[in-house]
Structure formats: structure tokens, C-alpha cells
Design a protein around this ligand. Structure first.
Ligand code: SF4
Length: 303
């Protein structure tokens, strides 16, 4: 795992010091797996993967409308680490640990996680309207496999839970962690991975996705529309094509949640609609992800 700028610059044979925050300055530190760094083009300050992980001086800008809890998750949290926005689903923050620190992450100021599992399971057990549990964080696949299995076993034992969804960036950014028997449960598991650019998909990712397919796990993708990374219809089209080639269904294209420190990534809604329309012209309908903006209480489909 790379956590120092010095080491990152050495690997990339580059020095981008003028525009980056230094190591001591950052409350959300640099953290990136070596295998992800291996997909970054050396000496290219505009590399779309580098931009996602490099701490940038613009993160210190105070920009009106950008805050520390852009989706007001705290207001939808009856128990620490459990978020309820829909009648039939609950989302659990199972860990605060990620494989990578994405500079645009809407939870970059929120390190909350479930602390009282007894309360969480009893909340879910008491409400038969809840049929799906979403494991999120942090990244659930950064938990020890035995801990993840213990959580899933408890959920499977609740009769009204029909499926477990896992939000994860691990198969994309740290595919070496995926093993043949990582995810097993007696109810369906759905994986929502997070990939923003076609360059993120290499042979190791394909191997990991194949292992997950052998476990009969449907895999969807959500991306975030990011200035400088994928704000281009050709890149977005290539992403959808590549995802499908490796067996991942493009599902959502999110507008950036307005989190403090990420305003330089923001693409406004009219530009997003224009890009989305261009995708519709270039792709079959089933490869066009839904364009969504998250508002305080739920998703709003823009297109
Ligand atoms: S992996 Fe997901 S939760 Fe973790 S920093 Fe990136 S976007 Fe945020």
C-alpha cells in the first residue's frame, strides 16, 4: 500500500509537488494500492487514475454548497452505522477502512461505522419491511473474511431478508484480495462495484471478476462523473463497453455529491445531461447507465 507522496513520485518517476498537498497537511491521507499505481501512466499529471488519488491543493478551498455531510446521512441514522432512506432497505457502514482513498469520496469526513451489532440486528429483525441489506463503509471487502461471513450469516438468519448487496471498490482497485470462496451465503448476493475510467480495468481485475462470476454473483457498476477524469462522452462510452466485456453491467452514473474538498471534480447537471445524451447516441440502451443525483433523502433519476 502506498501512503507517502515520496514513494508515489518515485514509482511514477515524477514530481508533482507544486499542485499537491504534502503528507503532513492532509486529514484524508494518500492511500493507494500498488497494483492501482501500476495502471497510472508515469510522468502524466493528467492521468485519470492519478487524479482520483492525488491530494490536491484545491481540496482546501472553501466553496459554498460543499459540506462535510452532503447527503445528510446523520439525519437518516437511527443507530450509529445504520442508514435508512427507503422503506425496504437499510445500509450498514460495516467498516471505515477502504482499499483506496478517493479524493472525491462523499464520506471522506465521515468515519462512522456500526459499533453495536446487537442493536443493528435487532432493528432489522423487528421490521419485516426491510428485505435488502446493503453493506457499505468504507469497503466491506476490507473486513477479515471471517468477520464479513459472520455479519452475512446473521443477516441470512433473518427470514425477511431476501438479498445482501455489497458496495465495494476492492475488485477494481485491489483485485488480488478476491478469492474463489470469499462471498458465500444462502441468499442472493449482489455486488455493486465502483469504476470510473476504462484504464482501471486490467487483467487482474478480469481474473477477480471471473472468480466472482463463478460464485454466481451478479455484478453492477456505479461511477461518479468527475471533472478531468471521465467528463468526456468517448471515455464514458469506452467505460460502458469495457465493463460489459468483462461481465459488469453499467448501472449508475452519479453526479458528484457536494462534499467539502472535492469541488474541483464537480460537473454541473446540464453538462452531465449533455454527456449522457451523447452516450445514448453511441451505445445500445442496455449499456447506458442511469444518470442520478443523490438528494438528501434518496436518489433522483435525472435521465
Ligand atoms: S473506496 Fe468508496 S468509500 Fe472508500 S474512499 Fe473510495 S469512494 Fe469512498
Amino acid at each position: 500500500m502506498i501512503t507517502s507522496l515520496k514513494k508515489l513520485f518515485k514509482i511514477l518517476n515524477s514530481d508533482f509537488k507544486r499542485s499537491v498537498l504534502d503528507d503532513d497537511f492532509v486529514d484524508f491521507p494518500l492511500q493507494v494500492p500498488e497494483s492501482f499505481v501500476g495502471r497510472i501512466q508515469a510522468k502524466n499529471i493528467s492521468d485519470p487514475l492519478l487524479l482520483q488519488i492525488l491530494p490536491d491543493k484545491r481540496e482546501l478551498d472553501e466553496v459554498p454548497g460543499f459540506g462535510i455531510d452532503p447527503l445528510a446521512e446523520k439525519k437518516c441514522s437511527p443507530i450509529p452505522g445504520l442508514i435508512r432512506k427507503y422503506h425496504d432497505r437499510v445500509l450498514l457502514l460495516v467498516t471505515e477502512v477502504c482499499a483506496i482513498n478517493c479524493r472525491f469520496c462523499f464520506r471522506r469526513h465521515n468515519h462512522e461505522k456500526v459499533t453495536d451489532w446487537g442493536k443493528v440486528f435487532s432493528y432489522i429483525k423487528k421490521d419485516p419491511k426491510v428485505t435488502e441489506v446493503i453493506l457499505s463503509g468504507g469497503d466491506p471487502l476490507m473486513l477479515k473474511p471471517s468477520k464479513l461471513k459472520a455479519i452475512m450469516d446473521k443477516l441470512v438468519a433473518i427470514s425477511h431478508i431476501k438479498r445482501i448487496r455489497i458496495h465495494t471498490r476492492v475488485p477494481i482497485v485491489m483485485p488480488e484480495l478476491i478469492t474463489a470462496r470469499l462471498l458465500q451465503a444462502k441468499i442472493p448476493i449482489v455486488l455493486m462495484v465502483h469504476c470510473n475510467h476504462p484504464n482501471e480495468i486490467n487483467d487482474e481485475v478480469v481474473k477477480a471478476i471471473n472468480l466472482l462470476h463463478k460464485q454466481n454473483i451478479p455484478i453492477f457498476n456505479q461511477s461518479v462523473l468527475l471533472r478531468g477524469v471521465n467528463d468526456n462522452s468517448l471515455v464514458l462510452t469506452a467505460l460502458s463497453e469495457k465493463l460489459f466485456d468483462v461481465g459488469i453491467i453499467p448501472c449508475y452514473l452519479h453526479l458528484l455529491d457536494k462534499v467539502k474538498g472535492a469541488s474541483h471534480f464537480y460537473v454541473n447537471i446540464s453538462e452531465a445531461k449533455r454527456l449522457h445524451l451523447a452516450m445514448q447516441k453511441q451505445l445500445p440502451g442496455y449499456l447506458v447507465p442511469r444518470l442520478v443525483v443523490e438528494i438528501k433523502n434518496r436518489k433522483k433519476y435525472v435521465n
